[in-house]
Design a protein around this ligand. Structure first.
Ligand SMILES: Cc1cc2nc3c(=O)[nH]c(=O)nc-3n(C[C@H](O)[C@H](O)[C@H](O)COP(=O)(O)OP(=O)(O)OC[C@H]3O[C@@H](n4cnc5c(N)ncnc54)[C@H](O)[C@@H]3O)c2cc1C
Length: 92
């Protein structure tokens, strides 16, 4: 889980770095939006599983993370649309 988060963070930072450098960044932005959203889904799901029943109770942060991550695959460009954008950039 930590490795997935680190990879997602690095992809996001690369897209930000490209923008800061004034270079084209649309493909990397779409890739990082897609990947970070998917990793948030996987990791928060696993975190709930690790917590067992407590993972579904509001006493623990993972319950909130699990609910909130669902928006990430929909808001600001759904995962399907990010895939369409990426496919155009790689010549599909
Ligand atoms: C909690 C929340 C907060 C939001 N806040 C804001 C906000 O502050 N500002 C704002 O502007 N919007 C906001 N939105 C709206 C959000 O950006 C849209 O929900 C999002 O863009 C998806 O659009 P839609 O809901 O119309 O889904 P649709 O476009 O109807 O898509 C439905 C499904 O079909 C898929 N789909 C659509 N077209 C294709 C295609 N060509 N190929 C493959 N799959 C496709 C989508 O990926 C999705 O899974 C918010 C949404 C939520 C849930």
């Amino acid at each position: 889980m930590a490795t997935k988060i680190e990879l997602a963070r690095n992809l996001l930072y690369k897209a930000c770095w490209l923008k800061d450098e004034g270079k084209p960044f649309a493909k990397e932005a779409a890739m990082s939006k897609l990947y970070c959203s998917e990793i948030a889904k996987q990791v928060s799901d696993e975190a709930v599983q690790i917590h067992g029943g407590y993972g579904l109770m509001k006493d623990y942060h993972v319950e909130r993370f699990y609910r909130d991550q669902r928006l990430l695959q929909i808001g600001e460009g759904t995962s399907e649309i990010q895939r369409l954008v990426i496919s155009r950039y790689i010549g599909c």
